[in-house]
Design a protein around this ligand. Structure first.
Ligand code: MOS
Length: 758
């Protein structure tokens, strides 16, 4: 019997790095104490399309303390073009004189101090060849492209949706739009580069240290083993932090000066330096019988991207699988504009695409005169409607039922505009949440010392989610130790590789590798214990020995101290390296990590099951009858996401996701100047996000779920599901309060003017 664990997994535990964080000991990328660094400041393009004819650097060079100025003329040929978030082509920076988008890096000024670098950067004079940019959908000059999505699997499709829609008894045919959004993590985009002879160390916040390492090496044309990337803590990322254009230029700047160079880009520069959530459009057609059974679903999406990239999030992959429907067609288009390349942003595909589907479902429920929860029940499925495979587990209706009960949904009067409280119109809405269960390769180095202390090293990532604590809990659980006995080290490419911390895969991927390393240690101890003459376990079966309460334990209550048990194997600590490649990924996936490939096993791409986590959101909105002000006094969200390693940090993840969903529904949008293809509100004063006063009561329900098919530990992942569907739940509640269907986000006062005010 292997250690089944279970004594620590699922028990709330405070963050093991909590004290380090609140005392300032936790070291973020730009906190690294570097001796005598020079400071970099970026010069970014003030036009969105064209070329650089020339640059006048004399004024900048004359600022005392300026050390160097990099631009395409002096360093352009020294770095290869970067890759986009999908591994495909993307916009370049100083490799050439080309301008692809507003805010593109066009020069790097390096100086003795940050202030000098900033002053000099403002004295760089650029002579542009200016062309008229296309900003977004409908701008003159954009190019549309129909995508063949999902890595060769094509668009999800089943039956004959067009015919079924034509024949349907009840139909919804509607268009929805979602806005541009930027992650705006609290921690800015920083890079510090230090050379030691041919070896480069990069301190930079990243969700993928091995990816940043291999990307920098490839761009500089050096061996990846010469590059080390350190990112022990990340102050929020949400998909924005990974391989990027700036790192190679800061490395080149440090090489030219033979001195460490440190960059902290400004908040506004961050809007153009990195990826973002692109604006999307949707055309959804739903057909159903009078009883509410879906007969047709057609979902077409449009997404903006840059000129060279065909990056898309293609959320139809999930919307096509949400409900039992025999006829489905989907299609995804990208629209190329003069913009930086978008990328992953928390639940990249599901956040916009589920807004469209879940709004349409609510429209259908209203059209049918059916309760929206009952509509989901009638169309619930235990098999994937596209490929017929079973869901690994699906507890969607348990989520709806538990959240509805807690919310008091049965007291809802379904007539829009019928619920009032004094001056306030009251609306109750709900929507489905989902997120695919991704799984990545991971390796870990684990040691167990005779004094019962364990140390584990892996190139995982703490992006604020509680990742250190998850690994510590798993190791303590499987080695029979206390969580406090385990030291976890992550965020360093000198450690064994782990996949990108994205797609909510991190808890599952790192836990599986850590558990495998623990089992290897248990097995070595147990084998030695049964083979040794005079051992209390001599002649026994090693499979019956477990590590528990900091001892080796066997049948009949026999125990032995860890020190004795370990001494048979090693003179000091026992050390193992374990690699875990999830079943369904190619055997060479770990080797691929050494090249920076981030292959993940996707929940909708599996050959055995379709693996998704599910949830349900219920919200109450209150809209003032005269001012139109919207408030959200309460939210109840329920999630079923398999094994929850640490309910304490999981609660924060779910709640944070739900709050971001409210933000996405009511506040957040990056505004674009359509003439100049430029972001207007590129600061935290104008990019509106909720403050405490905007958030009422947020209740989170954990729906227990055991899933032995998603992976051996049943972990589905929780980082992204919290946000999905909340935007639709709010829009559905606004409809219930007012009778006004708002199909574009964010929902603003002018979208739902109450009768009383006009
Ligand atoms: Mo996430 S958007 O995959 O960091």
């Amino acid at each position: 019997m292997v250690n089944e664990g279970g004594s620590l997994i699922g028990k709330p535990h405070v963050r093991v790095d909590g004290v380090a964080k609140v005392t300032g000991r936790a070291r973020y990328g730009s906190d690294e104490p570097i001796i005598r660094p020079a400071y970099a400041y970026l010069v970014t393009s003030s036009i969105a399309k064209g070329r650089i004819r020339g640059m006048s650097l004399d004024g900048a060079r004359s600022v005392p303390g300026v050390l160097d100025i990099l631009n395409f003329q002096n360093v352009g040929s020294q770095a290869k073009a970067p890759l986009g978030p999908d591994g495909g082509p993307t916009t370049t920076t100083m490799e050439t004189d080309m301008i692809w988008h507003d805010g593109q890096i066009i020069a790097v000024v390096v100086a003795e101090t940050y202030e000098v670098a900033r002053e000099a950067a403002r004295k760089v004079v650029v002579d542009y060849v200016v062309e008229r940019p296309a900003a977004t959908f409908d701008s003159p000059g954009v190019q549309a492209e129909v995508l063949k999505v999902n890595a060769g699997r094509g668009d999800p499709k089943v039956g004959d949706a067009a015919a079924a829609f034509t024949a349907a008894e009840v139909k919804i045919d509607a268009h929805y739009t979602t806005p541009t959004q930027h992650h705006n993590a609290m921690e800015l985009f920083t890079t510090t580069c230090v050379w030691d002879g041919p070896k480069l160390t990069v301190y930079e916040p990243t969700q993928f240290v091995w990816g940043t390492k291999t990307s920098v090496a490839a761009r500089l044309g050096i061996d990846p083993t010469m590059v080390r990337v350190v990112s022990q803590y990340v102050g929020g990322a949400f998909g924005s932090k990974g391989p990027n254009a700036r790192t190679a230029w800061i490395a080149i700047a440090a090489k030219r000066l033979n001195r460490p160079v440190k960059l902290v880009a400004t908040r506004d520069q961050g809007f153009g330096l990195h990826t973002y959530r692109a604006e999307t459009r949707h055309h959804v057609k739903v057909g159903a019988t009078r009883e509410g059974k879906l007969t047709a679903l057609m979902h077409e999406g449009w997404e903006v991207t840059s000129r060279p990239s065909s990056y898309s999030v293609s959320g139809t992959d999930v919307t096509a699988r949400m409900y039992a429907c025999p006829n489905v067609t989907t299609k995804v288009n990208v629209v190329h504009a003069d913009r930086n390349t978008p990328g992953f942003m928390r639940a990249p595909a599901e956040t916009p695409y589920m807004f469209a589907l879940e709004s349409a479902m609510d429209e259908l429920a209203h059209e049918l005169g059916m309760d929206p929860v009952e509509l989901r029940r009638v169309n619930d499925a235990q098999t994937d409607p596209i490929n017929g495979m079973p869901f690994s587990s699906r507890s969607l209706m348990k989520c709806f039922d538990q959240a509805a009960a807690r919310f008091g949904w049965s007291k809802r009067d379904s007539t829009p505009g019928s619920m009032r409280d004094g001056d306030w119109l009251v609306g109750w809405g709900c929507a489905t949440s989902t997120y695919p269960c991704y799984l990545g390769p991971a390796a870990a180095r684990l040691s167990l010392a005779p004094n019962g202390k364990a140390m584990i090293q892996l190139a995982g990532h703490e992006i604020g989610t509680g990742a250190y604590t998850v690994v510590a809990i798993v190791v303590a659980d499987r080695l029979g130790l206390k969580v406090e006995d385990v030291t976890v080290s992550m965020g360093d490419s000198d450690y064994p590789p782990v996949a990108v911390a994205g797609g909510s895969n991190n808890a599952a991927s790192t836990s599986l590798a850590a558990a495998k390393a623990c089992e290897e240690i248990r097995h070595r101890i147990a084998k030695a214990a049964v083979q040794a003459v005079g051992s209390p376990f001599a002649g026994g079966n090693p499979a019956t020995l477990t590590l528990a309460d900091s001892k080796l334990a066997g049948p009949g209550g026999k125990t032995e101290s860890l020190a004795n048990a370990i001494s048979r194997v090693s003179g000091g600590p026992i050390e193992v390296i374990a690699e875990n490649t999830p079943e369904g990924l190619p055997a060479d996936t770990i080797a691929g990590l050494h090249q920076g490939k981030f292959a993940l096993l996707g929940g909708t791409a599996r050959k055995d099951v379709t693996a998704l986590a599910f949830g349900a959101h219920f919200v109450e909105v209150r809209i003032h009858g005269r001012t139109g002000e919207i408030r959200v006094p309460r939210v109840v969200s329920a999630f079923a996401a398999g094994t929850i390693i640490n309910p304490l940090t999981a609660y924060s993840q779910f709640m944070g996701g739900a709050i971001w969903g409210l933000s996405s529904a009511l506040l957040e949008a990056t505004e674009i100047d359509h003439r100049d293809a430029r972001y207007i509100n590129d600061n935290l004063a104008d990019y509106v996000i909720p403050v405490n006063a905007d958030i009422g009561q947020v209740d989170v329900i954990f729906v227990p779920e055991e899933d032995n098919r998603v992976n051996p530990m049943g972990i589905k992942g929780i980082g992204e599901i919290g946000i999905v569907g909340m935007n639709a739940a709010v829009a559905n509640a606004v409809f219930h309060a007012t009778g006004q269907r708002v199909r574009q986000l964010p929902i603003r006062i002018e979208d739902h003017i109450p009768d009383e005010r006009t």
